[in-house]
Design a protein around this ligand. Sequence first.
Ligand SMILES: CC(C)(COP(=O)(O)OP(=O)(O)OC[C@H]1O[C@@H](n2cnc3c(N)ncnc32)[C@H](O)[C@@H]1OP(=O)(O)O)[C@@H](O)C(=O)NCCC(=O)NCCS
Length: 332
Amino acid sequence: MMRRTVFAGVGHYLPERVITNKYLEKLMDTSDEWIQERTGIKERRWVEEGETVSGLAFKASQTALERAGMKPSDIDLIIFASMFSDYVFPGGGCFLQEKLEIPGIPALDIRNQCTGFVYGLAVADQFIRSGMYNTILLVGAEIQSTGLDVTTRGRDMAVLFGDGAGAAVLTGVETEDRGVITSKLHADGVYAKKLWGEWPSIIHHPRVTSEMLETDRIYPKMEGRYVFKHAVTRFPEVIQEVLDEAGISLDQVDLVIPHQANLRITEAVAQRLGIGMDKMWSNIDKYGNTTAATIPICLSEAFETGKLKEGSLLALASFGSGFTWAASLVKW
Ligand SMILES: CC(C)(COP(=O)(O)OP(=O)(O)OC[C@H]1O[C@@H](n2cnc3c(N)ncnc32)[C@H](O)[C@@H]1OP(=O)(O)O)[C@@H](O)C(=O)NCCC(=O)NCCS
């Protein structure tokens, strides 16, 4: 028997404020038709003033713990994947830990943008396999909305992103038929500035000036077509890589859960892999791109709809800023 990383429970939480494409039409020169046609997004959730990344994460974690039949005190380690924390520092893991009331438990922050959850899963899997920690709370949570340029100038980015959180309780089980089979992680910093946030940056003296607020360099920037082209190549590549490593064929996979960046990317990936869209999980119409929160939100929804049954074979795959990309094969 091997010690494997099994998903004991998954949960998600989305802010209640629904932002429709029609609403965005009032803020910028865009249209419901353009957004749906180019991205597949119909609406997304944005937080209200006062909501925090760790607060969203806490609610998702409560559901995941409940479904796992566990209490916060059962957790040995928190891994928190997010581009941002509630504040500049410390990372979100400590804020979440405080809310869970488990002082002393280690909290590790992972900052790998849209790929954060899959990177976090690979890290958690190593800790569990080695026996260093047995029960890990892995969270992906993100608030993007407060940093977007919601004018016509920033419309290419602003229409894409949403806020939310997803969580998984991972635990070590002596088994050969369940759990994380393998993961593959990649990055290529040559492309870091193709999708990035520049200001306020650490390299300036001082870091923040009032003049900065007047320029668009405080907003995230993306070369959309460039990102699109790389994503549609990297997703199938890394999915094939985990399949090859595990000696499993794509026919055996029940569900592919790709990071939700654009419905057109998901469709192109399905086409390149030669599988139907019925095998690809998609919820981008409701939530847009929620960065590190996307994959655990998808997992939790797939669980709720009964799509994930014991023994289901899943391929999780992600691509994002960095560029970073990664995939995991999981037997539910
Ligand atoms: C952003 C994205 C949807 C744009 O779609 P596209 O078909 O590539 O569109 P383009 O960037 O070529 O822009 C076409 C036109 O639409 C305009 N446009 C951009 N955003 C718009 C919006 N929200 N509403 C209306 N028009 C918009 C552009 O200004 C451009 O106008 P022009 O032709 O007059 O210059 C697409 O490139 C994409 O999804 N890229 C990947 C993004 C991604 O996945 N990011 C996260 C990775 S984790």
